[in-house]
Design a protein around this ligand. Structure first.
Ligand SMILES: *[C@@H]1O[C@H](CO)[C@@H](O)[C@H](O)[C@H]1NC(C)=O
Ligand SMILES: *[C@@H]1O[C@H](CO)[C@@H](O)[C@H](O)[C@H]1NC(C)=O
Ligand SMILES: *[C@@H]1O[C@H](CO)[C@@H](O)[C@H](O)[C@H]1NC(C)=O
Length: 401
């Protein structure tokens, strides 16, 4: 009998911890978002437990769960869907079946998941791509780049660059009936980071300059320099994505070294040599007043992760530290940010910086939004808000591509 009371107490503590969730009042379908947050936190906790007993590394359990959600390429009367390789990189193509008078626009989609999780073949991304192709009468290309833990950054980025360059060849665009003047690269979360880095690299490659008409970034991650910007502090506990989960997963794309996530959680990971770039991610300069609130700017503490120096200062990983003349090379841009999102400020700062150097930017900020919502638009959980994001993004593409 003696164990019942302590175990009940433990259960209550555990339960109370998971029930206490800061789901903001203005979020629609709060109970669903709460439930998803609990399940995600629980899966993250299981990841930690499994790692501690030495069964699998952090992130592996998420991969196993997500693998169950992969879809086959299914064509229907309006859309031919095929899996193929571009330059040895697996891709999925969505080709409208109807004969067209003129060549079609193309959208190259790069999925999120911290460069360690997910695929363009997940049911939510597959249905987003189908929807995009049908709604815009466009060719959609999903890139299934290689990821951590087997392939660390910059492999995911390089795979995207190779696949995109392959697609941009005249003969390939001709084969799929793509209009070379109407090509857009898009991505969500870390996919937004990859998308904008691909666009930047192409813009600075004489052979590919101006081949991309536009970029669209959905709640993008854009820097690793400062992990205590106001949104990191305000939304450290979610909804959905917590700061610890985000940092642990993202670090896996860079190194197996446990010291990095530990240092990054304390914002003490950037090397001395990166200090001259801090000014580009200085939120006290670039964040609109209303988001600064009570926060006081403090510079990230310099760290001492010698072996990781070149990676951490790489602007391909932190496009937010590109200087003004570099940013100026970017094309027409769409940025969508969500209020209840720890990477909110990356998008807000990027929007300001791009506007300051004269890049044409449309910025949608959704006050009732949270990170990863577009991935919650497939079975078993439909979050209406995910469709709201989708529709805003599609609407911009419709008007601008
Ligand atoms: C194909 O397009 C037609 C016309 O827009 C529509 O009525 C039909 O439902 C579509 N079929 C599928 C499978 O989406
Ligand atoms: C950040 O901006 C503030 C002014 O808003 C300034 O005092 C501070 O020196 C800046 N720090 C860096 C690293 O740019
Ligand atoms: C931006 O960076 C590039 C590459 O490092 C450099 O060549 C250029 O002079 C810099 N421009 C400005 C305005 O700082």
């Amino acid at each position: 009998m003696g164990w019942k009371i302590p175990s009940f107490a433990l259960f209550c503590i555990f339960f109370a911890y998971y029930i206490y969730l800061p789901i903001p009042e203005n979020i629609e379908e709060r109970w669903k978002v709460g439930l998803i947050t609990i399940l995600t936190k629980f899966a993250s906790l299981m990841n930690v437990l499994l790692e501690n007993v030495g069964i699998m590394r952090y992130g592996q359990l998420f991969r196993i769960i997500l693998a169950m959600d992969l879809t086959k390429p299914i064509s229907d009367e309006n859309l031919t869907v095929i899996d193929t390789d571009f330059s040895d990189i697996p891709v999925r193509l969505y080709l409208p079946t109807r004969k067209s008078e003129r060549r079609r626009p193309a959208i190259i989609f790069i999925h999120g998941g911290a460069m360690t999780q997910g695929s363009c073949k997940l049911s939510s991304y597959d249905s987003l791509s189908r929807w995009t192709a049908k709604k815009l009468d466009a060719v959609v290309l999903g890139v299934d780049f290689r990821q951590a833990p087997q392939y660390l950054f910059p492999v995911p980025l390089e795979d995207c660059v190779f696949a995109v360059k392959f697609f941009l060849q005249d003969k390939i665009l001709m084969k799929y009936g793509v209009d070379p003047t109407r090509i857009c690269i898009t991505g969500d979360s870390s996919g937004g980071l990859l998308a904008t880095s691909v666009v930047y690299l192409l813009q600075n490659d004489p052979e590919f300059k101006d081949k991309i008409k536009a970029q669209a970034l959905i709640y993008p991650v854009l820097q690793v320099f400062d992990t205590l910007v106001p949104s990191h502090q305000e939304y450290a506990n979610g909804p959905f994505l917590t700061r610890e989960m985000a940092i642990k997963l993202f670090c896996l794309s860079l190194t197996m070294d446990e010291a990095l996530p530990q240092a990054m959680l304390r914002n003490q990971h950037m090397p001395e040599e990166s200090r001259h770039l801090f000014k580009y991610v200085n939120w006290s300069v670039y964040l609109p007043e209303k988001y600064k609130k009570y926060h006081v700017y403090t510079e990230p503490t310099l760290g001492n992760l010698k072996s990781l120096h070149p990676l951490l200062v790489d602007s391909r990983l932190s496009p937010l530290v590109l200087n003004d003349s570099q940013l100026q090379t970017l094309p027409l841009t769409y940025i969508l940010t969500c209020e209840h999102d720890l990477v909110r400020d990356d998008g807000l700062i990027y929007a300001t910086r791009l506007q300051n150097v004269g890049v044409q930017v449309t910025h949608d900020h959704l006050e009732d939004g949270f990170h990863a919502a577009i991935s919650l638009t497939g079975p078993p959980m439909y979050i209406q808000f995910g469709f709201k994001i989708r529709d805003k993004y599609i609407c911009w593409l419709e008007e601008n591509l």
